[in-house]
Design a protein around this ligand. Structure first.
Ligand SMILES: Cc1ncc(COP(=O)(O)O)c(C=O)c1O
Length: 366
């Protein structure tokens, strides 16, 4: 059986008529950039996040960059970033000329909050970027309180966590701004790039609206340096269509995760979610704990199951951060996780027999 890591082709085949009709609508009215579909998506994102504002931009990376700029992070400022995430959780800091301050992870995969709080108290930290990795929304209420006490900005990188909740808490509740990505691999992926910033602040919303289009204000004056990061109307309409499917799709991902968990035993550990959390399982990353990841990956590959590693290296170990000469001994958990983590295929279009096949194949590994 061949089980690719993603099956966007299958998703398209299932929803071809709706997607083609969205294309036809947008192409027929012709306002292909910043059309009414973009405003509609922004309203939808604000509604589901109980947020005052959402601003759509052209990628999750730009969303983080614009959030940092609009919150006043300047060259030379210190910004706490995760050591285990996609590079874009830290690279916008470098783009500003600010200084990334990496923290270690916990075995729950996310950044160590105690370590962040210690750094906030001791170092002159301007901002924290916290990533809700793999789709698990971490409760940041205590971290946000500390940040406010020490006048530190908190940004949530929610690129992988659209639709995730933690008790009553939702993305954007406990931070100055939260960002999303609609990269094609994401829960509600565009057929291209897309991102958004969610915020309670009128000021941040106004700044990002200017930043995304050449620094232009409502009177069409070019006030300050901006960029071209508009979302296309077509992508906005497709993302909104997928958001409407999201609850159903997330339930499918959760059911797949439960099935996988029931097959995972010796030499592997399934991801553990806390009770209150709706983990959206953007990624299902197991730990291969007996120095056995390569063997497990090859075993699954021989059976036709494609797996991936998120992430091959800690972010600080990527060449672009080499100049900081960081000592990997400061990050024992991230080092361990980057040697252990293996992501299994997880998407709503997986068939029951395919999920079972992955599970049985895992349980046959010895
Ligand atoms: C955690 C995280 N942050 C940021 C990004 C950047 O988003 P984009 O690819 O839309 O620029 C991604 C996307 O892959 C991501 O996974």
């Amino acid at each position: 059986m061949k089980i690719p890591f993603m099956r966007l082709d299958r998703q398209y085949a299932l929803h071809k008529n709706e997607i083609l009709s969205i294309c036809d609508n947008v192409f027929s009215h012709g306002k292909v950039l910043q059309g009414k579909e973009v405003e509609s998506l922004e309203n939808k994102l604000s509604e589901i996040h109980r947020a005052k504002h959402s601003v759509a931009v052209n990628s999750g990376t730009d969303a983080l960059y614009f959030a940092l700029l609009s919150l006043g992070v300047l060259p030379g400022d210190k910004v706490i970033v995760p050591s285990l995430s996609f590079i874009a959780s830290a690279s916008p800091v470098e783009r500003i000329g600010a200084i990334p301050v990496f923290v270690d992870s916990t075995l729950q995969y996310h950044s160590d909050i105690d370590q962040i709080i210690n750094r906030i108290k001791k170092d002159d930290i301007k901002c924290v970027i916290f990533v809700h990795l793999y789709g698990e929304l971490v409760d940041l209420s205590s971290l946000y309180e500390e940040c406010k006490k020490y006048n530190v900005i908190l940004i949530e990188d929610g690129a992988q966590a659209l639709g995730s909740v933690n008790g009553d808490y939702i993305l954007g509740d406990n931070s100055d701004a939260a960002t999303l990505s609609f990269d094609p691999m994401k829960i509600a992926g565009a057929y291209g790039s897309g991102g958004a910033v969610i915020t309670k602040s009128d000021f941040i919303q106004e700044e990002i609206v200017k930043l995304r289009y050449h620094g232009r204000d409502v009177n069409r004056h070019y006030i300050n340096l901006g960029y071209n990061s508009q979302m296309s109307s077509l992508q906005a309409a497709i993302i909104e269509f997928k958001i409407k499917k999201m609850t159903h799709w997330t339930n499918k991902r959760i059911n797949i995760s439960k099935k996988y968990e029931s097959y995972i035993s010796g030499g592997m550990i399934a991801p553990k979610e806390n009770n209150n959390i709706t983990h959206v399982y953007h990624k299902y990353a197991i730990r291969c704990t007996e120095n056995n990841r390569d063997e497990i990956k090859s075993h699954l590959s021989r059976l036709g199951i494609q797996t991936m590693i998120h992430y091959e290296k800690p972010i600080y170990a990527e060449p672009m951060f080499a100049s900081y000469k960081l000592d990997k001994n400061q990050f024992p958990v991230t080092e361990k996780l980057t040697n252990e983590l293996l992501s299994l295929p997880i998407y709503p279009e997986l068939l029951d027999e395919e999920v079972d096949f992955v599970g049985v194949s895992l349980s046959k590994f010895s």
